[in-house]
Design a protein around this ligand. Sequence first.
Ligand SMILES: Cc1cc2nc3c(=O)[nH]c(=O)nc-3n(C[C@H](O)[C@H](O)[C@H](O)COP(=O)(O)O)c2cc1C
Length: 194
Amino acid sequence: MKITVLLCSHRRNKNTRQMADFFLEHLEEGNDVEFVDLLDKKIEICLACDYCRRHYGHCILKDDMEDVIDIFKNSDLIVLATPLYFNSVTSRFKIFIDRTQILYNAKYNFKDPIFKEKKNVAVLSNGGAPKYPGQFDGIMVELKHFLGNINADVLEYLKYNKTDEVMIRDNKKAVAELKEAGGRVKEKIKLQKP
Ligand SMILES: Cc1cc2nc3c(=O)[nH]c(=O)nc-3n(C[C@H](O)[C@H](O)[C@H](O)COP(=O)(O)O)c2cc1C
């Protein structure tokens, strides 16, 4: 099974990466795991030029976006790992999401989706502040159309707060839950592919 983890933090090896690592603990064995860190990718801001509305599946910008879409297409499980920035996903992730307009146009204007089969997806998020009302509300609102673009079936959505005080790796409950959730996903995917 091919697992792709999209790391959307603006910092390396902090809470977001820790979440992904614990989540993968049961999933890694025997599977091919690829980390796509948005910090390493050149992904330009969508020009809103409508090129992808006129040219099926093509973007006028030539950067790393097409490669990442191909990696997604070839994945059995996609893990989206983002910190909370202003109650939503990070700006790097938002730039990435906007560029999936090519998928949106393929699906709704050309009526020929690029992601035809359901994709298994897990969403991991963490916010630095202690719990407050509506803290994570923006995440799924922001992801809704993007998840539609990649035809996602969200198997797990995990989120933790107060990470600016207690890092994920020091939060025993979070570590246990992340590992368990990864194990659940492993079982669910096994059932899909007997
Ligand atoms: C620009 C910015 C905006 C943030 N906005 C929020 C927020 O709205 N709510 C919150 O709880 N934490 C917020 N944080 C804190 C981050 O969510 C927190 O530090 C998180 O653990 C960062 O993930 P990382 O350790 O992988 O970098 C913000 C941090 C930054 C840099």
